[in-house]
Design a protein. Structure first.
Length: 278
């Protein structure tokens, strides 16, 4: 059987609108700055090209490469190197072996969070560091995407974790990924920020949120409100140049910086709520 690799780029909005996973079985996604590189392994490239151009209306340049006779789906997936942290092996495709005691499979999807982006990787590193020092019983992942951060917390502390997101794709991804990873104690709440009756009277020992600077600032009062006294929040999705901005904003709501870590221009920060504040 002859195979071809079809490659093209789309932005975040197009990726969600086109629903590419609904039409193609062997698809690989790779984040490239603001865009996504899509690779489709096809055994009928003329059919699939027509589908992309005339049905899905992909306007960007589409490249087609002939692939020699071998299992190219497997070959391409082998290039998908797992993400390794102190405690976790995180991968998209099934591995013949893992490198740590804990492992999480997050297949490529339109929701954010495979562990490869620096912001996600740094958040996981901060979760691991904090949970070596602090017992956590009630946790929240705000802006959960694929559910990866919620799964990491759950696997370390073995307690229930709440995952929230406004995106319908996120809800579907978390459900699928829970099943793949045999995780039962992560509960999804579809809502924007804290706008749900679910949160009435709730307090959390740990909140994680890997989003962006503006929504983090907008939620700073809520973070303080829903954190237990002495609780922690781990944030990411922010640049090193934005550290002072977010630090000064969080201080207004009794959230004190504990730790920051960096890779290139990205950072993840841990804040603690003042224990004397109710």
């Amino acid at each position: 059987m002859m195979f071809h690799k079809i490659s093209f780029y789309v932005n975040e909005k197009q990726l969600k609108q086109k629903k590419i996973l609904n039409f193609f079985k062997n698809v690989l996604f790779e984040k490239k700055k603001k865009n996504w590189k899509i690779q489709i392994i096809s055994n009928d490239y003329l059919r699939d090209l027509n589908l992309l151009k005339y049905f899905l209306k992909i306007k960007t340049k589409i490249k087609v490469d002939f692939l020699k006779d071998k299992n190219w789906v497997l070959a391409v997936k082998k290039k998908d190197k797992p993400v390794l942290t102190n405690l976790f092996t995180i991968f998209q495709s099934k591995l013949s072996k893992t490198f740590t005691k804990n492992f999480i499979q997050i297949p490529a999807s339109t929701a954010f969070g495979t562990g490869k982006h620096y912001s996600t990787f740094l958040t996981i590193k901060n979760i691991e560091w904090l949970m070596k020092k602090k017992k956590v019983f009630k946790s929240l992942d705000l802006g959960a995407g694929t559910g990866l951060l919620a799964f990491v917390i759950n696997k370390i502390c073995k307690k229930n974790v709440v995952a929230t997101d406004i995106d319908l794709d996120s809800e579907k991804c978390v459900k699928i990924n829970k099943k793949i990873n045999e995780i039962n104690n992560v509960f999804f709440v579809k809502c924007k920020n804290f706008n749900s009756i679910f949160f009435k009277g709730k307090k959390f020992d740990l909140i994680v949120s890997n989003i962006l600077l503006l929504p983090l600032k907008k939620n700073s009062r809520n973070f303080s409100q829903y954190l237990s006294s002495g609780g922690f929040i781990i944030i990411s999705g922010i640049l090193k140049t934005q550290i002072n901005d977010i630090k000064s904003y969080f201080m207004k709501f009794n959230l004190k910086l504990v730790k920051s870590i960096y890779i290139k221009e990205w950072t993840s920060m841990i804040f603690k709520k003042n224990e004397k504040t109710n």
